[in-house]
Design a protein around this ligand. Structure first.
Ligand code: HEM
Length: 495
């Protein structure tokens, strides 16, 4: 009997050892972390550089801790596309600080599930109605670029140099303002622009102080962590946009929307289902949050990309000369560039792609959170896991680019430089500035049109060279959610 039991136990043991489904370990390993703070101290300044360094040490998938929460850092093009393309990855990193920006779980950027889906779809449809991807937007943007050129010429005539960022900021604000409220910004009214500046500064500061990730800092250090400042700038902006919204309501005629705000008014007006995210008071809160997000997400990104691009061209005269030559050949000097020229201007496109790559403006993208458990490359990723897209690392990975530190648009061209390399090549696929998957930036088409029209028209008319009082290239930046080039001035001569 004992022998039989022994044999049975042995058979069971062998069977389980051979045929038991192996439980995948939950998370890949990563750097050691501190209780409560996790890896936040290591990532306090230039976190993107630290995460890139760790990607070399721990590989394309590793775990860090944001405070107490585990976060999977993904540093490879294919893995990023696969993971962020999964429906489970459409959740969002949620903290009280993030919800402070939208006054609760409202809008598109910080929401998830049905609320996010309904609001995102409506926003995309509305933006398309008012110009996205349509030829009607082109003359509006071109007229903003003309104003920018006049402003630059005036500043250069009076002061010798121009702080170009202000010019881009004003132009992009106008384009977005025009879509949102059907109007142009009054040139001398800087109220909105100042509110946005303060709002962005306070968000950048909250990333540096750690408040953005560790909301409990607001309780122990509301002033030092920048919480009070963040609340003030957010309140001011919500106040301003709220008044704009109410003013629009006075002149709104149901059935004939003039702009994005009218579309929201119409939708709120016609929604009778209490379960809808457009119903009642919550509907209005979603509308206000989304309108602010259009500026928050669209203005800073587009204007700082143009700013960086000018800085790179100023210090890479050879690239600027090739850009000038292509614009002269395809567009000439006697007409405005048009989006239809794009297909014939691969060098201009390559300059834009190279700028998006090398600057990695949003170096770690926007963090997502897993909505449910999934298996991924041998790991069991749990619900609630934070996902960090390490786009900066991909954009600077020697294995992909060879010489990532060099600004070299030619890398995006075929050998004879007559056209862009294939869109399915690893190089083209690894420009991830707009992130990837179902939450990918919905402003990408507008941003790409704005970048193309600005670059082609500005450099059709002007030549950028360094400010003689600080001729050395300075590519240093302020880090936060976005990497902001240090202020600089340039000489911009008429061609
Ligand atoms: C160079 C310009 C731009 C860059 C680099 C950029 C980058 C990004 C990134 C990295 C995200 C995060 C996506 C994610 O969570 O997966 C994002 C989201 C978003 N962007 Fe952009 N963006 C740009 C321009 C714009 C413009 C012009 C608009 C507005 C019209 C815009 C509106 C949005 C919105 C609403 C979201 C949230 C999408 C969602 O969560 O579903 N962006 N953008």
């Amino acid at each position: 009997m004992i022998t039989e039991i022994f044999i049975l136990a042995l058979v069971l043991f062998i069977y389980r050892t051979l045929f038991r489904k192996k439980e995948p370990s939950r998370l890949p390993s990563g750097p050691r972390s501190l209780p409560l703070l996790g890896n936040m101290l290591d990532m306090k300044r230039n976190g993107h550089l630290k995460l890139s360094e760790w990607a070399e040490e721990y590989g394309p998938l590793y775990t860090v801790r944001i405070g107490m929460k585990p976060a999977l850092v993904v540093s490879d093009t294919k893995l990023l596309k696969e993971l962020f393309g999964h429906a489970a990855s459409t959740g969002k990193f949620k903290t009280d600080t993030i919800f402070e920006l939208t006054k609760g779980a409202y809008g598109v950027v910080s929401t998830e599930g049905e609320l996010w889906h309904e609001q995102r779809q409506f926003l995309i449809r509305t933006l398309i109605n008012f110009g996205f991807g349509k030829p009607t937007m082109e003359p509006i943007i071109l007229s903003d670029v003309q104003e920018a050129i006049d402003w630059i010429k005036k500043d250069v005539a009076e002061q010798g140099t121009v702080e170009i960022f202000n010019v881009f900021k004003s132009g992009v604000t106008n384009a977005l303002w025009c879509i949102v409220s059907g109007d142009r910004q009054t040139k001398d009214d800087h109220t909105f622009s100042l509110l946005i500046d303060a709002f962005v500064d306070s968000i950048q500061n909250s990333v540096k102080s750690g408040l953005f990730f560790l909301s409990w800092l607001k309780t122990i250090a509301p002033e030092a962590s920048g919480y009070n400042w963040l609340v003030k700038t957010t309140d001011d902006l919500h106040d301003y946009v709220g008044k704009l919204f109410d003013k629009h309501r006075e002149s709104f005629t149901p059935g004939s929307p003039r702009d994005v705000i009218d579309c929201y008014l119409e939708k709120l007006h016609t929604t009778t289902d209490p379960k809808s995210t457009f119903y009642g008071d919550n509907g209005k809160k979603n509308a206000l949050a989304t309108i602010i997000e259009i500026f928050e997400a669209g203005l800073v990104t587009s204007s700082h990309t143009l700013n960086w691009l000018t800085l790179y061209l100023t210090h890479h005269q050879d690239v600027q000369a090739k850009l000038h030559a292509e614009i002269d050949r395809v567009v000439g000097r006697n007409r405005d560039p048009s989006l239809q020229d794009k297909a014939k201007m691969p060098y201009t496109e390559a300059v834009i792609l190279e700028t998006l790559r090398i600057t990695s403006l949003v170096p770690l993208g926007v963090m997502h959170e897993l909505l449910y458990d999934i298996d991924f490359h041998g790991y069991r990723l749990p619900k609630g896991l934070l996902l960090v897209p390490n786009m900066y690392h991909v954009h600077h990975d020697k294995k992909i680019w060879g010489d990532p530190e060099n600004f070299r648009p030619e890398r995006f061209l075929e050998e004879d430089e007559s056209k862009l390399i294939r869109s399915d090549s690893i190089i083209r696929n690894s420009v991830l500035a707009f992130q990837m998957g179902q939450r990918k930036c919905l402003g990408e088409p507008l941003a790409k049109d704005v970048l193309f029209l600005y670059v082609s028209k500005i450099f059709q008319n002007l030549h950028a060279s360094p400010d003689p009082s600080s001729p050395k290239p300075n590519f240093e930046y302020d880090d936060g959610i976005v990497l902001i080039a240090n202020k600089f001035r340039v000489v911009m001569d008429s061609r």
